[in-house]
Ligand binder design. Structure first.
Ligand code: TYD
Length: 212
């Protein structure tokens, strides 16, 4: 593949999907193979984007309107894009981002019921057509995902857990719907397998692109 314009890849998935471990493994593999890679995450160490994110996460803002939140995510995304993603793509690098547009489509659009189309619209304004060439979605049953992060899985399931589970089931469904919207760039990876196998499956998809 011609890298003159860089290569933009994003990684998506719900809680306990192993996203950050897999990302580290992918980067290690690519660097070993002498590719210039930039690992980033939204908001990705860009100060303005982080400041915006802090407003979203601030406990005193629990009454934040859902659309306000969606607009702030889009604003944060844009700053990260213009300050970090695009400049590195222009240098011909592989940029891999932990979460991007699809997180908003799924979390705000689908799981929080604002609507995927609406969220896509505001984000198209923010991203000026910069879509990833490849998006890997680490798919796992949220029950297993939550168990993975909740070491103390023996304890009784409470009301909050059930709410959480329902929300994450919705997130999973939203990600699977995305595959129908963007069948070309999105690949679903079975994240219930071992870390080694999931890493291998992800690298296989990236290799396909590199060898195009
Ligand atoms: P974070 O602490 O970054 O952890 P992780 O990526 O490992 O889950 O949490 C990100 C949270 O923010 C996650 O619950 C998804 C949410 N989020 C959105 O709702 N919309 C977005 O556009 C983005 C980027 C994240």
């Amino acid at each position: 593949m011609n890298f003159k314009n860089g290569l933009f890849i994003t990684l998506e998935g719900g809680e306990g999907s192993g996203k950050s471990t897999i990302l580290t493994n992918i980067i290690e593999y690519l660097e070993k193979n002498n590719y210039e890679v930039v690992k980033t995450r939204e908001p990705g160490g860009v100060r303005i984007a982080e400041d915006i994110r802090n407003i979203i996460l601030d406990k005193k803002n629990t009454n934040m309107d859902g659309k306000t939140e969606a607009l702030l995510y889009a604003a944060s995304r844009r700053q990260h894009l213009v300050e970090k993603v695009i400049p590195n793509l222009k240098k011909g690098k592989i940029v891999i981002s932990d979460r991007y547009l699809d997180s908003s489509l799924v979390y705000q659009g689908y799981a929080r019921n604002i609507g995927m189309d609406e969220i896509l619209n505001i984000n198209l304004f923010a991203i000026d057509n910069t879509l990833p060439k490849l998006t890997l979605i680490l798919d796992i049953d949220p029950k297993i995902g939550l168990q993975r992060i909740n070491k103390n899985s023996q304890r009784e399931v409470n009301r909050l857990d059930l709410e959480t589970l329902e929300f994450h089931n919705k997130v999973r469904k939203g990600y699977l719907k995305l595959k129908e919207l963007f069948p070309e760039r999105i690949h679903i990876i079975d994240a219930s397998k071992s870390i080694e196998e999931v890493t291998k499956d992800c690298i296989e998809q990236i290799e396909k692109l590199l060898n195009e």
